[in-house]
Design a binder for this molecule. Structure first.
Ligand code: 5AD
Ligand code: SF4
Length: 461
C-alpha cells in the first residue's frame, strides 16, 4: 500500500495506529449505503484501514474496526444506518476495544450527530465525507485516548489526494473527478452535507486512469454529484476526450449529469469515441411538470429536457437513457403527475429509478406543506413503475438477436457456467460461456430479454 502521496501528518497517524495494533489480529469491516460516491469513499476508507495494518474481516462481528458509511438522501437510508449501528452495540459490549465509526453524509448532519452522541454511546467517532483524510487520526484517538470525536463543519474545502483505494474488483473502477454540489435542488440534502463543488486536477485524474488501464482495468466510471460542471483547466467534455484517447481496451462511463449542463461539446465527444465512451446517459428528470421543476429549482423545462434527449439520440442512436424521478414532491397535483407520466412515456427510458419524496431537514422544500396523501402517492408510484417496466422491456427486446460486447463481472453463482456482465449500454446480461471470461470483454449473442435482464450465449460456447 503506497501512502507516500499523503500528507506527513496523515502518514504519522497511520504509523501510530500501525504501531498500536502491531501483533494483534486487527480486522476491519466497512458497510456502504447510498450512492457510487459512497462506494468510492468506502474504497478509500478500506485503503486507509489496510495502510494502518488492518486485515479485511468477513463479518462485522469479527472486526475490531467497524465503519458504517451512510447516506442522508432519504429518511429510509438514515433509518437503515441507525438500525445497523444498533446491531453493533453487543459487539462493543463483548469487545470494548472495538472502534465503531459513522462516516458518510449522515455524519455531516448536526441533528444526526446529536442523536449519535446521546443515544449511541458505543459509536467511537463521526466523520463527514469532506474530512475523510482524517480517518487515521480519529482511529488513533479512539484507540489511545478512549475519547469520542465528532468533527462537524470544521473544513469543507481540501480534496485529500493520495489515499490509496482498496477496490473490490480489478476490472472496474470508480474515479471521483469532483466533490460536492452547488445546485441546491430544493429537496436535496447533498449540497449541505457534501459542501460546494470542488474539482480534482485533470493531471491527477489522468494519472489515475493511466495507472488503472495499465493494471488491466476495463471500465472506468467518472464520478461526481454533477460531473458536467467539472472545471479545471479542462471542461468535462475535454477531460472525457483526453481519457478516451488513452491507449488500451477499456470503456468509460460517468455519472451523474444535471440536464442544465449537458453541452453540445459533450455530446460530440461521446459520438466521436464510440468504442471508448459507453453509449449510456443517466439524466435525472425528477419531474415532467414545469411548475414542479421550478419549485425544485432544477432550472430546466420539460421541453429543454426533451431537446437534450433528442440531441443525444441523434448523435448516438444506440444510447441507453436512464433517469431518476421523485414522486409526491409537495404540491404535486394530479395534473403535475400526468405531465411526468407523459414525459416518461415520450422519452422511453431504458431504466428508471423512482423515489417517494422524503423531506430533509434544512432544505428549502422541507418547509413546504405536503398536500398529497400517501395513498395517492402510492398509486402514482405504481403507475410509474409499470410504465417504466414496459419501456425497459421494449428497449431490452430490441437486443434479441443482436451480438453485443459485454464486460464479464464473474459467475452468476459459484461453480456455474452462467456468467453475468454488462453491455456497453449498461444492461445486465446473464450468459453461457465455455471458458471463464471474468474481467474480460466477450461477444454475446442475446436470445432472450425481460424488463430487467438480457440472456445470451458467448461466442466461445
Ligand atoms: N426525496 C426523495 N428522493 C430524493 N432524491 C434526492 N433527494 C431526495 C429526497 N429528498 C433522489 C433524486 C436524485 C436521487 C439520487 O435521489 O431523484 O436524483
Ligand atoms: Fe442534489 Fe440537485 Fe446536487 Fe443532484 S444536482 S446532488 S439532486 S442538489
Amino acid at each position: 500500500m503506497n501512502i507516500d502521496f499523503l500528507s506527513k501528518d496523515i502518514q504519522e497517524h497511520i504509523a501510530q495506529v500501525r504501531a498500536h495494533i502491531d501483533g494483534s489480529f486487527a480486522r476491519y469491516f466497512v458497510i456502504t449505503l447510498g450512492c457510487q460516491q459512497n462506494e468510492a469513499d468506502s474504497e478509500r476508507i478500506r485503503g486507509m484501514a489496510a495502510a494502518m495494518g488492518y486485515q479485511p474481516a468477513e463479518r462485522a462481528e469479527e472486526a475490531s474496526l467497524i465503519v458504517v458509511n451512510t447516506c442522508a438522501v432519504r429518511e429510509h437510508a438514515e433509518l437503515k444506518a441507525l438500525s445497523l449501528l444498533g446491531r453493533f452495540k453487543h459487539v462493543k459490549a463483548a469487545v470494548p476495544e472495538t472502534v465503531i465509526a459513522l462516516c458518510g453524509c449522515m455524519a455531516a448532519e448536526p441533528g444526526t450527530v446529536r442523536t449519535i452522541k446521546e443515544k449511541f454511546p458505543y459509536v467511537s467517532f463521526a466523520l463527514e465525507p469532506n474530512m475523510l483524510h482524517r480517518f487515521p487520526e480519529l482511529v488513533h484517538r479512539a484507540l489511545t485516548e478512549r475519547r469520542r470525536t465528532f468533527l462537524l463543519g470544521e473544513d469543507m474545502g481540501d480534496i485529500a489526494e493520495g489515499i490509496p483505494p482498496v477496490r473490490s474488483t480489478s476490472h472496474r473502477a470508480w474515479v471521483s473527478i469532483m466533490y460536492g454540489c452547488n445546485n441546491f435542488c430544493s429537496y436535496c440534502i447533498v449540497p449541505y452535507v457534501r459542501g460546494r463543488e470542488r474539482s480534482r486536477d485533470a493531471a491527477r485524474i489522468m494519472d489515475e486512469c493511466r495507472e488503472l488501464i495499465a493494471d488491466g482495468c476495463r471500465e472506468i466510471t467518472l464520478l461526481g454529484q454533477n460531473v458536467n460542471s467539472y472545471r479545471s483547466e479542462l471542461t468535462f467534455a475535454q477531460l472525457l476526450e483526453q481519457i478516451a484517447r488513452l491507449d488500451g481496451e477499456f470503456r468509460l462511463r460517468f455519472m451523474t449529469s444535471h440536464p442544465k449542463d449537458v453541452s453540445e461539446e459533450l455530446i460530440a465527444v461521446m459520438a466521436r469515441y464510440p468504442d471508448k465512451i459507453a453509449p449510456a446517459f443517466h439524466l435525472p428528470l425528477q419531474s415532467g411538470s414545469d411548475r414542479i421543476l421550478k419549485e425544485m429549482n432544477r432550472t430546466y423545462t420539460r421541453e429543454r429536457y426533451l431537446s437534450i434527449v433528442e440531441a443525444l439520440r441523434r448523435a448516438i442512436p444506440d444510447i441507453a437513457i436512464t433517469t431518476d424521478i421523485i414522486v409526491g414532491f409537495p404540491g404535486e397535483s394530479d395534473e403535475d403527475f400526468e405531465d411526468t407520466y407523459r414525459t416518461v412515456e415520450a422519452v422511453g427510458y431504458d431504466s428508471l429509478f423512482s423515489f417517494i419524496y422524503s423531506p430533509r431537514e434544512g432544505t428549502k422544500a422541507a418547509k413546504l406543506a405536503q398536500t398529497t396523501d400517501e395513498a395517492t402517492i402510492k398509486v402514482r408510484m405504481e403507475r410509474l413503475i409499470a410504465l417504466a417496466q414496459r419501456s425497459s422491456y421494449e428497449k431490452n427486446q430490441a437486443y434479441v438477436g443482436r451480438r453485443v460486447r459485454v464486460l464479464c463481472d464473474g459467475p452468476a453463482r459459484e461453480g456455474e457456467e452462467a456468467y453475468i456482465g454488462r453491455t456497453d449500454s449498461g444492461k445486465l446480461v446473464r450468459f453461457q460461456s465455455a471458458g471463464d471470461p471474468t474481467g474480460c470483454f466477450v461477444s454475446v449473442t442475446i436470445d432472450k430479454a425481460t424488463p430487467f435482464d438480457l440472456f445470451g450465449v458467448a461466442d466461445d460456447t
